[in-house]
Design a protein around this ligand. Structure first.
Ligand SMILES: [Zn+2]
Length: 260
């Protein structure tokens, strides 16, 4: 497995389109979740790059909206979730499949991560994870189509990846997520330290991403639903006992939905 280089292209208010380069050809690139075509086309022109492939994680417009225009402009191959309706023709992938990008010398495994949407997939390889709107740094996606049980299962599979795995998610939500994480778990100094780091990065207009799985396990309340202090905090918020990790996770997710 060769070296993967990842650069952010910003889109809309807080989306990231990830631009991937592999070891084989520095001019061949892939993008993950191009919600808009223009910023990608500008990056291609500026770097004299050739778009070979597009990886899509789920069907939301801010992740797939630029795909059709990019295919028309570049002829790039598109990979996407087998179980979702996509606006372009995709090579349909589900858990256990692989996305092979021979021009770039890269290959990614596919993990099913239902919860935010029903057929959401994530791509993992080269010590990197592209997880769309499933896992955010210090947070997770809203449950639009799936159940709390599904989402917790999806987050469990991501948490099981090596701790060094770099987390490239779809949005810059880290600071708001950390404010919530501090409320849920006020005594966690890892959250305080990470919030300081995130503030410095954002003040310099830099992404807080990638995060990594090891850090997420220390700061992300949604990966910590099985810990006693998270359960106690969720039970105080719910005003009732929460007997299972799924019940705790569901309460923390509901709490975040209305947190300001
Ligand atoms: Zn989404």
């Amino acid at each position: 497995m060769g070296t993967l280089d990842v650069r952010p292209i910003t889109a809309f208010k807080d989306n990231y389109i990830w631009l991937l380069t592999g070891p084989d050809d520095p001019c061949a690139v892939a993008v993950v979740d191009p919600g808009a075509a223009d910023p990608v086309l500008r990056a291609l022109a500026a770097g004299k790059l050739r778009l070979d492939a597009i990886l899509l994680t789920h069907h939301h417009a801010d992740h797939v909206g630029g795909a059709a225009e990019l295919v028309a402009a570049t002829g790039a191959a598109v990979f996407g979730p087998a179980r979702e309706h996509m606006p372009v023709e995709v090579r349909r992938l589900a858990g256990g499949d692989h996305a092979r990008l021979p021009e770039l010398g890269l290959e990614f495994g596919v993990i099913d991560v239902p919860g935010h949407t029903a057929g959401h997939i994530a791509y993992v390889g080269h010590d990197a994870l592209f997880c769309g709107d499933t896992l955010f740094s210090a947070g997770c996606g809203r449950l639009f189509e799936g159940t709390a049980e599904q989402m917790l299962g999806s987050l469990d599979s991501l948490a099981a990846l090596p701790e060094s795995t770099r987390v490239f998610c779809g949005h810059e939500y880290t600071q708001a997520n950390l404010r919530f994480a501090m409320t849920v778990e006020s005594g966690n100094s890892d959250i305080v330290n990470y919030a300081r780091q995130a503030e410095a990065l954002r003040a310099a207009s830099l992404p807080t991403l990638p995060s990594n799985i090891g850090l997420e396990k220390r700061v992300n309340p949604f990966l910590r639903s099985r810990l006693d202090n998270i359960r106690s905090s969720a039970e105080r918020h719910a005003g009732e006992a929460l007997p299972t990790p799924v019940a705790v996770f569901a309460e923390v997710r509901r709490w975040k939905d209305t947190f300001r």
